[in-house]
Design a protein around this ligand. Sequence first.
Ligand code: SDX
Length: 431
Amino acid sequence: MSEKNEKIKLSVKDKSYDLSMHEGTIGPEVIDISNLYSESGNFTYDPGFTSTASCKSRITFIDGEEGILLYRGYPIEQIAEKGNFLETCYLLLNGELPNSEEFTEFSEIIKNYTMVHEQLNRFFTGFRPDAHPMAIMCGVVGALSAFYHDSTDINDPEQRRIACHRLIAKMPTLAAMAFKHSLGQPAIYPKNNLDYASNFLHMCFGLPTEESKVDKTLAKAMDKILILHADHEQNASTSTVRLAGSSGANPFACIASGIACLWGPAHGGANEACIKTLEEIGSVDRIPEYILKAKDKNDPFRLMGFGHRVYKNYDPRAKVMQKACHEVLDHLGVKDNPLLSIALELEKIALEDDYFIEKKLYPNVDFYSGIVMKSLGFPMEMFTVLFAVGRTVGWVSQWNEMIEDTSQRIGRPRQLYVGSKQRDYVKLNNR
Ligand code: SDX
């Protein structure tokens, strides 16, 4: 980030203030308002932070108008096509793609952290079998801070590094344990001779009674899903992790806060909500009825998987996900998947409709992801858990970047107060 020589003048009533401008590598310049309140006595007002940059970051860049997504400068399409999730983890954490020696070392580190403390098993028996797996993940990930005390000191770079590695390694194990719990099946231990995505599918679909056999094409699709979900700049859950981390909370607690935020249907929960919408529509000929509902201001119905705060163009991840959808279904020999047929027709009709065109509403990452996840054998309750498994590396990378940023302080927004003026207490019998 460099401070531009030019200042901009802000006039408030009869006073004016000189504000600095900063420019990044690419993307919009920013107006620095950090001293505005102390100088003017005024706050800025930006609910939803539509026009607010909360930090400076080197990790992910999004151009919403052009539909561009870069991980440390590399286009998501190229990483999804040519890379794998574990090297993407290395890239997001360290800033560069690993060479073969670095990748081998990193893979060994992560593999040796995939098991969880055996006593964590007891947490799962406390949940009802029908507990939503995201509820379980909120609980057990936060509980990791009760087991790994040697990686909770956020001021120790080595402990932060270990915590990041532990979280990346253990999320698939915990996610699989939550899935197995819902099935009433025993948890399957990770296997060190499997790659990350294959290991996850092995723990989810393996049985103690059979030798593990993971389909390579399905594992590749799983790996791609994790890459597409790995990071996305300052989205709601990442901002939650940063805000929690700014208080000095330990990394496990911070990631648990990110999981909680991701669960919402407006955010990571949209993949589950989108499948529910497609199933509710049920057939292509009912699409016009639902398009009308989506456009009706008086109807709370929204087309889940459509629209985005930043993308006012096609989400590049949705294109890659749609392609993965076709690949998986072709591999499984599924000629006509009714949900995919509805999704494709829904997208076609919506993108030709003035309402969606004017509001720049396009499919986002969640529009096709549920169909792929369902085809891999996951129930829809697991979809946001898979999102969380992929996003953990983004959360820990952003959290670590924030801790290392000496200019970062505890996040503490202010407000526009519209409540009662000061008034005196009235005793109960006088009210
Ligand atoms: C993710 O931020 C990230 O990067 C998130 C994410 C990540 O990787 O971390 O990309 C992952 O969360 C993707 C988004 C998943 N959510 C959904 O698919 C839920 C459906 N989409 C929306 O609810 C909505 O589009 C949001 C929440 C995604 C964005 O909301 P905004 O930016 O606050 O936009 P808005 O709600 O103000 O909508 C603008 C207009 C409104 O109409 P007006 O009030 O201007 O008349 O567009 C309409 C909305 O009613 N609109 C929709 C719509 N999304 C927006 N109308 C119908 N269907 C929709 N899906």
